[in-house]
Design a protein around this ligand. Structure first.
Ligand SMILES: NC(=O)c1ccc[n+]([C@@H]2O[C@H](COP(=O)([O-])OP(=O)(O)OC[C@H]3O[C@@H](n4cnc5c(N)ncnc54)[C@H](OP(=O)(O)O)[C@@H]3O)[C@@H](O)[C@H]2O)c1
Length: 332
């Protein structure tokens, strides 16, 4: 494949412009493995990648797409043969290294995960970075003692977004029955309940009373929103409860006191899907393919490379629901 299509973000005359282009392999970042990309998925970071001050792209031009699933075209590593089905999330793909919104990607083989049995390439991107992050969050909470036997009170924030919606569906699938979802638009309640939420917290009425500790309400939290919401949640977490925090959709600043930590033993667990070890990637993807497999339930839509930008606009406007995958190679 000499020439191929890729979505390119450029800085031109102090403006950020982006469009579908025909490019050659030399325009791709370095790597020892070429992958024919079947699918990428659309994540919050991809929306930020198109923003002038989005803060995720370090140098232009860049091909966005923070994840991909496809087949190996060729590799200098003995670990991969032509035709192997692979997936890749994180490591700066689509931010510092040309990403998944390209018919061909060139990446270091160490970044790849072999597609686990039980998943198709398409499935891997229906989960995508968001689903992987949801699974990492639940895994972190289970390591802190969350079990189905205890039926603890669980809160999921950003519940109709990518990470939140997959998190609720995995929790529900595993048998957790006390799941509260945060929403902030009327139509989101029905969606969140359909995903498996049993209680709804409409955060439009969020008004901090300024107290460092409030009534204990949640034992475990999957938090994708951050900011003021996280600050409020920390005052309501039960003794020795844990908050797995992955996102900052609602703000990066966190103003809190030490009291939830020193008087209630609350744990704040950082979730970083970008830099996580290869061993953990394989372990989590295997869970997503087997015991935690909710692929049949995940609400998703499929778009073409040409339509990528329309979906990021929906994300920006807060009108996007669930997951969207991008079909990158038309012949697949
Ligand atoms: N740590 C990691 O490795 C990692 C990996 C993936 C994602 N993330 C981060 O996780 C977050 C969620 O990602 P995503 O892909 O799930 O994004 P998404 O699909 O856009 O979902 C964002 C969710 O947050 C809600 N939200 C946005 N702004 C809010 C606000 N000001 N107050 C309350 N809720 C708000 C949205 O509600 P509306 O629909 O009402 O706007 C939506 O439910 C992002 O910050 C993303 O960067 C981190």
């Amino acid at each position: 494949m000499e020439k191929f299509k890729a979505y390119v973000v450029r800085e031109e005359n102090d403006q950020i412009v982006h469009r579908l282009e025909t490019i050659i392999q030399d325009k791709l970042s370095e790597g020892d493995t070429l992958v024919k990309v079947a699918y990428s998925s659309i994540n919050y970071k991809d929306m930020l990648a198109l923003e002038p001050k989005g803060g995720v792209i370090r140098h232009y031009p860049m091909i966005p797409g923070i994840d991909l699933a496809g087949t190996v075209i060729s590799s200098e590593s003995d670990d991969y043969q032509a035709g192997d089905a692979v997936l890749l999330t994180g490591y700066g793909l689509g931010t510092v290294h040309t990403g998944g919104l390209s018919e061909v990607a060139r990446v270091p083989h160490e970044w790849l995960v072999k597609l686990p049995k039980g998943l198709e390439l398409r499935d891997a991107m229906i989960y995508g970075t968001a689903g992987f992050t949801a699974a990492l969050s639940i895994d972190a909470l289970e390591h802190q003692g969350m079990t189905v036997e205890d039926q603890p009170e669980i809160l999921v924030t950003g519940a109709t977004g990518g990470v939140g919606s997959v998190a609720i569906q995995i929790l529900h699938h595993l048998g957790y029955q006390n799941i509260t979802a945060t929403i902030r638009k009327d139509y989101q309640e029905e969606k969140a309940r359909k995903f498996g939420a049993t209680n709804i917290w409409d955060i439009r009425d969020l008004e901090s009373n300024g107290r460092p500790l409030n009534k204990r309400q949640y034992k475990y939290v999957v938090d994708t929103v951050g900011g003021e919401l996280t600050a409020d949640i920390l005052t309501k977490v039960d003794e020795y409860g844990s908050v797995a925090i992955s996102g900052n959709a609602g703000g990066a600043k966190l103003e809190t006191t030490v009291l939830p930590f020193i008087l209630r033993g609350v744990n704040l667990l950082g979730i970083n899907s970008v830099e996580i070890s290869h061993e953990d990637r394989v372990r989590i993807w295997n869970k997503l393919a087997t015991d935690w497999n909710v692929i049949d339930q995940l609400h998703h839509q499929e778009v073409t490379l040409e339509e990528f930008n329309q979906v990021t606009e929906e994300l920006k406007a807060g009108k996007h629901l669930g997951r969207t995958i991008v079909k990158v190679n038309s012949e697949k």
